[in-house]
Write a protein that binds this ligand. Structure first.
Ligand code: BES
Ligand code: MN
Ligand code: ZN
Length: 505
């Protein structure tokens, strides 16, 4: 991640420059550069048909009269239409063009319609685009690696941007942690290893507990343990707590009458072979990222702690590997969940809902949270419904659904609400147990959500099916291809805008 600093606008003495340009502000934005280059910058922009449109960019190498090795123009679209996420995208596009310079600056004055936020969001976009998972590349040539170590973001309101940056940086750190976890192969990131990485977050002030098979047997986690029983790698459940409201932060008892915590729950299947209902070989490697829901919850908790969020939140992740072996669960097995409800497991590949059933129930009973939000790469069916453009949102609470939709627009992580209802719930009827774990092909993402709803015990709840959004097969302005960390910023923003604002003290 490049080091970010903020400064008043000036012509950089060394390093490259990117200028964020609004569609309706081209002549003003380029005035100084044109003065230095006898109009060559505007001529270059014209030759490249660069108009400042959203998503447009244009690189000019070594424009004479400026001393710059590289000048990049990045379009913002119409200034009046610019959003915070739009500024992030421009910052990300600028980063991609500047990655091979050792030092660079971004002139973010074009985003000043957003005030200091324009510069902060441009910086955040640049940082988010800089993510790489390269720990297993031992032979990469130095000249192929990005070199950008220092990035200066220039704005008239540089001091306000500087003051806002540490919180944004903490969120970026949470996104990077989430992407690291999701990118890691399953031979390295076993449930136990993932739990260890949660324990390391104690250094941020999180309280972290790890439960193993013995503890989970005592709690009656028959559904989660049934999924885990075919694997040589033992399951774990991790409970992370952040006490950010007055009094509780230093381990003291929570202040009297302090609000119920918000709860975040993640599916952490470190590898999903499908079990005995085995998946086809082609593409099975993707199932290393079937723990993305848990990866998001862990990144989110790190972000909340990293920026000392004024909120009480708990994060719970169910970590298992879904394998095939002589001890694996069979189609037709009946398991008893922590809630006491029984499930006929007709397809061992519908394992995520079994894991979440026990963790959701446990979370509700132990914490009585204000609301529970779970994230899971739960169904292929949500990809058929929404493609890779929206995550599926299911909720038993309209207000909660609305705040999630709003937060998704702020951070560029869009969610689309899907229906729940009795007719779908009936599709889970089993001949021999309280329910079966599959509802048939029609409405497959919905029946999966109905299954989860049976374990939330009336708590306000939302479920995000992120199977289509957790991984990207192509580069996007703020997300290089690979793990996206979808949901970290969405939920951090939900907390910041709907829970901290109201928090007293
Ligand atoms: N982890 C998968 C869902 C998935 C598919 C995530 C593609 C990411 C990309 C989940 O455990 C699963 O296998 N779901 C089954 C459910 C079915 C057996 C009812 C599915 O979607 O096919
Ligand atoms: Mn599966
Ligand atoms: Zn799965």
């Amino acid at each position: 991640m490049p080091d970010i600093s903020f400064a008043k606008p000036s012509m950089p003495k060394n390093g490259a420059l990117a200028v964020l340009v609004a569609e309706d502000g081209l002549p003003t934005a380029l005035a100084d550069l044109d003065a230095a280059t006898e109009g060559a910058v505007t001529r270059a922009a014209e030759a490249a048909s660069f108009k400042g449109r959203k998503g447009q960019s244009c690189t000019i190498l070594a424009p004479s009269g400026t001393g710059l090795p590289r000048l990049v123009l990045v379009g913002l679209g119409k200034a009046g239409d610019l959003t915070g996420f739009g500024a992030e995208e421009a910052g990300g596009t600028a980063y991609a063009a500047l990655a091979h310079d050792t030092a660079a600056a971004i002139d973010a004055r074009g985003a000043a319609t957003l005030g200091a936020e324009g510069a902060v969001r441009a910086a955040l976009g640049a940082v988010l685009r800089s993510y790489r998972f390269d720990k297993y590349r031992t032979k990469e040539k130095p000249e192929d690696k990005p070199k950008l170590g220092k990035l200066t973001v220039m704005a008239d309101d540089a001091s306000a941007a500087k003051a806002a940056w540490p919180a944004a940086k903490a969120v970026a750190d949470g996104v990077f942690l989430s992407r690291d976890l999701v990118s890691e192969p399953a031979n390295i990131l076993t449930p136990a290893e993932m739990a260890d990485r949660c324990l390391a977050l104690k250094s941020l002030g999180l309280a972290v507990e790890v439960l193993g098979p013995k503890e989970m047997r005592k709690l009656g986690f028959g559904a989660l343990l049934g999924v885990a029983q075919g694997s040589a790698n033992e399951p774990r459940m991790v409970v992370m707590q952040w006490h950010g409201t007055s009094g509780a932060a230093k381990g003291r008892k929570a202040a009297k009458g302090s609000a119920k915590p918000l709860a975040f729950i993640g599916k952490g299947v470190t590898f999903d072979t499908g079990g005995v209902s085995i998946k086809p070989a082609a593409g099975m490697e993707d199932m290393k990222w079937d723990m993305a829901g848990a990866g998001t919850v862990i990144g989110l908790m790190a972000a909340l702690a990293g920026r000392r969020a004024k909120v009480d939140a708990v994060g719970l992740v169910g970590l298992v590997e879904n394998m095939v072996s002589g001890t694996a669960q069979r189609p037709g097995d009946v398991v008893t969940t922590a809630s006491g409800q029984t499930v006929e497991v007709l397809n061992t590949d519908a394992e995520g809902r079994l894991v979440l059933a026990d963790v959701l129930w446990y979370c509700k009973q132990r914490f009585d949270p204000a609301c529970m939000i779970d994230l899971a790469t739960l169904t292929g069916a949500i990809i058929i419904s929404l493609g890779h453009e929206h995550a599926g949102l299911f909720a038993n609470d309209d207000a909660l659904a609305q705040t999630l939709i709003a937060a998704g627009k702020v951070t560029g992580e869009p969610v689309w609400r899907m229906p729940l209802g009795d007719a779908y719930d009936k599709m889970l009827k089993s001949d021999i147990a309280d329910m079966k774990n599959i509802g048939g092909r029609p409405g497959g993402a919905i029946t999966a959500a109905q299954f989860l709803q049976r374990f939330v015990d009336g708590c306000p709840w939302a479920h995000l099916d992120i199977a289509g959004t957790a991984w990207s097969s192509k580069d996007k302005p703020t997300t290089p291809k690979g793990a996206t960390a979808f949901g970290v910023r969405l939920l951090d923003t939900l907390v910041a805008e709907h829970h901290e604002a109201k928090a007293k003290g």
